[in-house]
Design a protein around this ligand. Structure first.
Ligand code: CA
Length: 226
């Protein structure tokens, strides 16, 4: 799905993507993007930052608030590069600065789709199954065998969602601080470790020997699926 109001760019993108056998839908009015996503969830969105009526930031945030996890590549103009951090923090997976080469965009699309397909999905992920453990992301609840239920904090849900979007990819503590904590005051990598440890106790059958939320020594953490 392309959300972009600039006709010449829409034309070029659509043409290029269709030549690569992607099925493309185009939304030119930002106010209609969320409805379009709810009607027909895309595998990936190319989202322009500057749109009439609603900004790309707001659309991106709304999509993530609705628990859709498909990758979002944000388009920004050269002088908006300062917004990169904001864009990634509100749930975009990547950004590309205009003007960009079509080959570069195609490469990024391929990379994002490959990563997203590391776990299968149809619709927004609400229930994540880790072996016998079920994580309901919408209800923020974990069910374990033996009728054990755990509540997840909003932060823990955010951690799971972020790791899920990056499943099977090593994530550093700094990256978690940036993407989940958004560099809040008085947080540090120790904060990350404490939260991961608590989360692990809730979602792993044997937290001392985790199978899914694993530590990669000297690197950080990873959600290991399959
Ligand atoms: Ca625009």
């Amino acid at each position: 799905m392309i959300v972009e109001d600039e006709p010449s760019l829409v034309f070029t993108l659509k043409d290029t993507l269709e030549a690569e056998n992607y099925k493309v839908s185009v939304i030119t009015d930002g106010a209609k993007a969320i409805e379009a996503v709810q009607n027909n969830e895309p595998d990936l969105m190319i989202l322009d930052l500057m749109l009439p009526n609603v900004s790309g930031y707001d659309i991106c945030r709304d999509i993530r608030d609705l628990k859709f996890t498909f990758p979002i590549i944000m388009l920004t103009a050269r002088d908006q590069e300062i917004d990169k951090v904001t864009g990634l923090n509100i749930g975009a997976d990547d950004y590309i600065t205009k003007p960009f080469g079509v080959k570069e965009l195609l490469a990024r699309i391929t990379a994002r789709l490959r990563r997203a397909n590391a776990y299968s999905k149809s619709g927004p992920v609400e229930i994540l199954k880790l072996g016998e453990v079920k994580i309901d992301l919408r209800e923020a609840k974990v069910s374990k065998p033996g009728d054990i239920e755990e509540e997840l904090s909003t932060r823990e849900v955010e951690i799971v969602e972020f790791l899920l979007r990056n499943a099977n990819k090593p994530i550093s503590r700094d990256e978690l601080l940036e993407k989940v904590w958004r560099y809040e005051y008085s947080t540090n990598t120790r904060t990350v470790d404490v939260h991961i440890s608590k989360l692990r106790a809730k979602i792993e059958m044997n937290p001392d020997d985790p199978k899914y939320l694993v530590t990669l020594h000297g690197v950080g953490y990873m959600l290991r699926l399959n």
